[in-house]
Design a protein around this ligand. Structure first.
Ligand SMILES: Cc1ncc(COP(=O)(O)O)c(C=O)c1O
Length: 286
């Protein structure tokens, strides 16, 4: 698929992505003054839409933009987008900017938020995939809980990981794990699954939350607990999670094998439970 193929949604209209235009004075373009979401669509059905829209509402509130659409209007808007793109397995990207205004850091007294959404094909997870990661210093701002489009630091970090031959950067702030450049992180040691607790240092990943729920229901020992560098490096398994890739295992961290470097028994079991949980929710329309 070409990068600009498909139909997108922009401020109330559906149109070919290649024809969509926003003003150069849009504050999303000028300041990165915008928030976004990415959610999976499986066989034409949106998964965890409410969780994504709740997080969008929190991001909008954090930056003082009034919600441009109700939950029902979002549902209709995205359903129209999915239908027009042929359904199937998709990753939906949506973005809300503060709108168009003369360039000034201060919030404009009147601006209408720009609402944009597009989608692209999504490859569904069938089983455990293994990627390599490197550790890098977390040099981002201190409001990583806001899903802001101002992602320059994340872009540089992820690019540095790729330059090192790895897929993801695992970020350390003052010796403590926060998250990945575009993912949350879980570690498994002595049969216990741990992930850093929510704070303004990391994004409340929807996949992170759902995995904790699935593990809690299954009675699997899991904790939201601060993880230091030593624990990270000594882990038997390391997972990175996101809505578009579900759960990936880290095979090598900074070139060193994680655990025995070949087996991911806890991840395999948890991913299977997660897929079952997702299928159940999709089947029941939630
Ligand atoms: C910085 C960051 N943390 C965590 C995540 C995972 O969040 P989610 O599971 O909601 O996709 C992402 C996803 O893109 C991300 O960019």
């Amino acid at each position: 698929m070409n990068a600009d193929a498909g139909i997108c949604y922009l401020d109330g209209a559906y149109l070919p992505l290649a024809e969509a235009r926003v003003s150069v004075l849009d504050r999303g373009f000028i300041f990165g003054d915008a928030v976004y979401e990415v959610l999976p669509v499986v066989a034409g059905r949106m998964f965890a839409l409410e969780e994504h829209l709740e997080r969008l509402a929190r991001s909008l509130a954090a930056i003082g933009i009034a919600p441009p659409l109700t939950l029902a209007a979002w549902r209709d808007c995205l359903a129209g987008l999915i239908t027009r793109n042929g359904g199937g397995n998709l990753s939906v990207y949506l973005q809300v900017t503060r709108g168009v205004a003369p360039r000034d850091h201060a919030f404009p007294s009147a601006a209408t938020p720009t609402v944009f959404a597009m989608c692209r094909p999504l490859t569904m997870t069938a089983g455990i995939s293994v990627v390599n990661a490197v550790t890098l210093p977390d040099n981002r701002w201190l409001r990583c809980d806001i899903k802001s489009t101002s992602l320059l630091a994340n872009v540089l970090l992820r690019n540095e990981a790729l330059r090192c031959g790895a897929y993801e950067a695992l970020l350390l702030r003052d010796g403590w794990l926060t998250e990945g450049a575009a993912s949350n992180v879980f570690v498994v040691s002595d049969g216990v699954v741990r992930t850093p607790p929510l704070s303004d240092r990391l994004l409340a990943g929807v996949t992170r939350g759902l995995l904790l729920e699935v593990m809690g229901r299954g009675g699997r020992p899991c904790r939201e607990e601060a993880i230091d560098e030593r624990t990270l490096r000594g882990a038997g398994e390391i997972w990175i999670t996101s809505s578009s890739r579900d759960l990936l295992c880290v095979g090598r961290l900074d070139g060193v094998a994680v655990g025995d470097g070949a087996n991911y028994p806890v991840a395999s079991a948890v991913l299977q439970d997660f897929i079952t949980y997702r299928d159940q929710r999709l089947g029941s329309g939630t």
